[in-house]
Each structure stands twice: as C-alpha cells, then as structure tokens.
Design a protein around this ligand. Structure first.
Ligand code: SF4
Ligand code: SF4
Length: 135
C-alpha cells in the first residue's frame, strides 16, 4: 500500500491554485518558478492551468486516479502544502473529499492509512540460558 496521493492527483486538477506573487520571487525567498504562474490580481498569481474551466496544474504529472506526482514537489506553493489528504492527520479534509468526488473517486477513510506493519520474525534460536549466580 502506498500513500493515497500517489494514485490520485485530483486536487491538482480541481481547484484554482492562487498565492501571493512573492512566492515566485527568489530575492524574497520565493521558490515557485515564475514561468509556471500567471497574474491573477494585484496581489496574487495562479499556477498555470488551474484558472481554467477544467483546471489542471501545469506542474502536475499524473493520470488522475492511477498515478500522480507534483513535478515541483520540493518547491511547490505554500497553499499546496496546506491541503491535507483526508484522515492523514486524523481528520477529514473537505478539499480532498470534494476533489476526489469530482473525479469519480471515493473519499478517503481512516482505513486508507492503516498500512500493514512488517511481520515480526520469530526467533530462530531459543534464548541462551541465564547462568546461575555464583555462590
Ligand atoms: S485529492 Fe486528496 S488524496 Fe488526492 S492528491 Fe489531493 S490530497 Fe491527495
Ligand atoms: S504545484 Fe504541484 S501540488 Fe500544487 S497544484 Fe500544481 S501539481 Fe499540485
């Protein structure tokens, strides 16, 4: 079982992803490539492709519902870090649920995070006997 986002990508193809333009300015500590954005209003830019009737972020490398990755994961906008997957941190996420339902996928449940733990190997040898204390 892998992280559910790796086989989803729905939120990156559902919402307008807008954020302050300073996030594209390296001189101000911004990391998002400016070329992947367009001006939205005097204070904000949007990720290209997300301000469309059928949004899809230009940075999304995905077949929605099959495989998904953000091609700028390490430097993506702050808003993208703020959308949790439902139940990843013990609570539902309305944005995650809305995006998945819009793409025909069921919402995540707690069971999606119940990763199996590694089976513990039984000991191959009996434990060594404890030496009696010297009199
Ligand atoms: S919609 Fe939810 S599960 Fe899908 S990629 Fe976004 S946060 Fe992850
Ligand atoms: S920048 Fe990455 S995480 Fe943010 S919407 Fe685009 S593909 Fe998704």
């Amino acid at each position: 079982m892998s992280h559910p986002c790796l086989t989803c990508g729905a939120c990156c193809a559902h919402f307008r992803v807008s954020f302050h333009w300073a996030e594209t300015m390296p001189t101000l500590g911004g990391t998002v490539p400016e070329a992947l954005t367009e001006r939205f209003d005097p204070h904000r830019v949007v990720m290209r492709g997300t301000w469309e009737p059928s949004p899809r972020c230009v940075a999304l490398d995905a077949e929605i519902g099959v495989r998904a990755r953000c091609s700028i994961h390490a430097i993506k906008p702050s808003v993208c870090r703020e959308v949790p997957a439902s139940w990843e941190y013990g609570a539902p996420s309305p944005q995650c649920d809305k995006a998945r339902l819009a793409h025909g996928m069921p919402v995540l449940t707690q069971a999606d995070w119940d990763f199996p733990t590694e089976p513990t190997e039984p000991p191959t040898e009996p434990p060594a006997p404890i030496a009696p204390l010297a009199a």
